[in-house]
Ligand binder design. Structure first.
Ligand SMILES: [Zn+2]
Length: 207
């Protein structure tokens, strides 16, 4: 099951289904994209942005990384943010974490993990996340975190990354220009499929 065949087959039947319900489904976005939102989420396979928001191609501009981190020193992240705000002019950003996040759990348990001794990109990223969460992580019992502790830390991570996001230069530029831009910090619940808002900031509040 490691050939591309099953995915290609599903792709063709998806494309056919869309064309059958709307002959212009693919045509409409052929020459340009005008997404209404930027989605910043975790790479976790169980949290697919378009699927869980019922979105179609052309609606979401997406950046995903482990544990939905906002890092102003990360050119990958910052170029997506800049492009979405300055060129695509999205008027909404959704920063989305999720309960049961393996990245957040790894940040919590890093000192006991072999990963801590590695010199690798993954080790550095999880180490950065641990630094960013700082004292909030020190209060949590790292040995065997119960689901409640982990879920609380997931919410803390969303709020922490949100506060970094609203201070980035591209976001401040848009708010200064009086253009409409609302930013939402959300958490997704794997068990129910529900997305809920933890924190939000609108252009009016930012002035
Ligand atoms: Zn995750």
């Amino acid at each position: 099951m490691n050939t591309l065949k099953p995915l290609l087959a599903r792709n063709r039947s998806w494309a056919l289904l869309k064309l059958n319900s709307d002959p212009h489904y693919f045509e409409q976005h052929l020459h340009q994209q005008q997404p209404h939102s930027l989605w910043i989420g975790c790479s976790d396979s169980r949290v697919p942005a378009e699927v869980l928001t019922g979105s179609h191609p052309g609606e979401l501009f997406v950046h995903r990384n482990i544990a939905n981190m906002v890092d102003p020193a990360d050119d990958n992240f910052m170029s997506v943010l800049q492009y979405a705000l300055h060129y695509l002019k999205v008027h909404r950003i959704v920063l989305c974490g999720h309960y049961g996040c393996g990245g957040v759990q790894a940040a919590l348990q890093l000192p006991q993990m072999a990963l801590a001794d590695e010199s690798s990109a993954l080790s550095r990223r999880i180490g950065q996340l641990r630094d960013v969460l700082g004292h909030k992580i020190e209060g949590a019992a790292p040995k065997t975190p119960d689901p409640e502790t982990l879920n609380h830390l997931v919410e803390t991570n969303v709020i922490t990354q949100f506060s970094r996001l609203v201070q980035t230069q591209p976001v401040l530029d848009v708010w200064r220009s009086q253009r409409e831009l609302n930013i939402y910090g959300c958490v997704y619940e794997l068990a129910t499929g529900h997305l809920k808002t933890l924190i939000e900031k609108t252009a009016e509040e930012a002035v």
